[in-house]
Design a protein. Structure first.
Length: 300
């Protein structure tokens, strides 16, 4: 039994025969990729940014415009290597991977602003990975350049989206956010956003609402085949909120939000499709899998 002093959210048990195992999806994340190094083949297609030459295992992207879009052939970071985005206050960089390789983040990713990483071929934050950013939206669902530039953060599965796995440490500055969006998302590491938001969405169409105060909104607008979220370690947003939302398709498929770890925040919401249940701020035991908490009003 896991005993905690803050809210822990879990759903009812689903018969194993009705859940597609994640083994294949997770295995795809470890498929052979390009030689792990710094991100390669970067091309700035919108905004003003300069991609530096790697030196001493550090690659720096200097962004001077409020928003920038960069296409990369590969976006992976090897163990012991670091990639840093130097951005203006509130700056956002959309990084789109076009080369077909899974993004394997095994080193350090940091920024002074917000980083979007989009790769339909899958994203792995491996053991030892450290992410420290103002905001992170990692997605295998696509986001058009026009929507990004216009502030419409609507992510859509183009039919090839794989999963996201985190085994590292993902953290946002105070009031920032961490968002993981894919048909299937698994957390085996630590995700934290003090005074901000952690948002995990599993589906084929997901919308983010970045209202500027750290407490972002998330909705899953279209189901994915066997859409699933698993938390096996820790998700923390002290003074903030955690949102887990998933939708699954198919007559025998069920939405699955499975938590065997720790979730801690002032507000924790579990959304099966468009239905939300908030967890109380205390007294929720991780070993309680089949019961429901008393009705609560979820406030974002």
């Amino acid at each position: 039994m896991n005993t905690i002093s803050h809210p822990v959210m879990q759903t009812r048990l689903i018969p194993q025969t009705r859940i597609r195992p994640l083994a294949l999806a997770i295995a795809l994340l470890f498929a052979p990729s390009a030689l792990l190094a710094q991100p390669t083949g970067g091309q700035v297609i919108n905004g003003q940014a300069t991609i530096g030459v790697p030196a001493n295992n550090l690659l720096t992207v200097n962004q001077t415009s409020q928003k920038a879009i960069i296409n990369w052939l590969d976006f992976s970071i090897g163990k012991g290597e670091a990639t840093h985005f130097q951005q203006p206050p509130g700056g956002m960089a959309l990084n789109r991977v076009t080369g077909g390789n899974t993004s394997q983040i095994l080193g350090s990713l940091s920024s002074t602003g917000q980083v979007f990483l989009i790769n339909p071929s899958g994203i792995l934050f491996g053991k030892g990975a450290v992410v420290n950013v103002g905001g992170l939206a990692a997605s295998t669902l696509d986001l058009t350049d026009a929507d990004f530039l216009n502030g419409n953060y609507r992510f859509l599965n183009d039919g090839s989206a794989r999963g996201i796995t985190n085994q590292g440490e993902l953290s946002a500055y105070d009031g920032g956010y961490i968002a993981l969006l894919a048909p299937e998302v698994r957390n085996e590491g630590v995700i934290s956003a003090r005074l901000g938001s952690v948002a995990i969405g599993a589906g084929d169409r997901v919308s983010l609402d970045l209202d500027g105060d750290g407490l972002i909104g998330l909705s899953v607008d279209a189901s994915a085949l066997n859409g699933r979220i698993e938390n096996r370690q820790a998700i923390q947003a002290d003074g903030g909120q955690v949102i887990l939302s998933a939708r699954a398709a198919g007559s025998l498929a069920e939405t699955v939000i499975n938590n065997t770890g720790l979730i801690r925040a002032d507000s924790v919401a579990e959304r099966n499709g468009k239905h939300a249940r908030a967890r109380p701020t205390a007294g929720w035991d991780a070993s309680t899998r089949s019961s429901s908490p008393p009705p609560q009003k979820w406030v974002r």
